[in-house]
Ligand binder design. Structure first.
Ligand code: PEP
Length: 229
């Protein structure tokens, strides 16, 4: 199975021109990569501009709503993401839990809606308790189809990545409760300096990269390092 590397651009960059430039540079830099599935999750507004069926890069949303359609001003349904060419969607990122006050119940409903729409959810968690609540009522085969990103809150955007033995312990604990076939990713201050350790030593199936994914050279380097493992 290929390693998954997910770019979370968050609320960046400010212009479409920059977004296109980051995307194109990344696309060019990884054209010979074979063992990594690269997924870029830009702000919604850029999705339709950068999506391309010919690209080696897959596209995902950074969030979705729990309903297919209706009177929900400002929301983006998973069906809309699917329709525009997304295959993935990040759900339950700690920044949404914090700033948008997303609860485990809301996240659980979003996961169910995303699966129903045919998207693969990338569930972000910082502890085991969250996985249990967020996947409540899902069948084992649905849980198997998830990508679950272990993202310790204190490691996100701080430059303080999680220690390898602690990350490995969490990886094993997540695999234990998710039935072993979900893809487990590490996220939190990933760089070209530490990417290899999370895959090779801590045994993760991939990485979720925030800040470094906006710097094409660094992001390409991370992908190439993982590709060569
Ligand atoms: C993230 O956005 O989930 C993230 C891990 O960010 P960073 O890589 O910047 O810590």
């Amino acid at each position: 199975m290929k390693y998954l590397i997910v770019a979370n651009w968050k609320c960046n960059p400010v212009t479409l021109k920059e977004a296109e430039s980051i995307f194109q540079k990344t696309e060019k830099g990884i054209k010979d990569v074979k063992n990594v599935e690269t997924i870029i999750c830009p702000p919604f507004i850029y999705l339709s501009k950068i999506v391309s069926e010919k690209s080696g890069i897959k596209i995902g949303g950074q969030d979705c709503y729990s309903q297919e359609k209706g009177a929900f001003t400002g929301e983006m349904s998973p069906n809309m993401l699917k329709e525009i060419g997304c295959q993935y969607v990040i759900i339950g990122h700690s920044e949404r839990r914090k700033y948008q006050k997303e609860t485990d119940k809301m996240i659980n409903e979003k996961i169910k809606a995303a699966l129903k729409a045919g998207l693969r959810p990338i569930l972000c968690i910082d502890n085991i308790d969250q996985i249990k609540k967020d996947t409540d009522g899902l069948s084992q085969s649905d849980i198997n189809s998830l990508a679950i990103a272990y993202e310790p809150i204190w490691a996100i955007g701080t430059g303080k990545a999680c220690g390898i033995s602690e990350a490995k312990e969490m990886n094993l604990a997540i695999k234990e409760i998710s039935g072993k076939s979900a893809s487990i990713l590490y996220g939190g201050s990933v760089s070209s300096q530490n990417a290899q350790e999370y895959i090779k030593e801590a045994g993760f199936n991939g990485l979720l990269v925030g800040g470094a994914s906006l710097k094409p050279e660094e992001f390409i380097e991370i992908i190439k390092i993982v590709d060569s493992i």
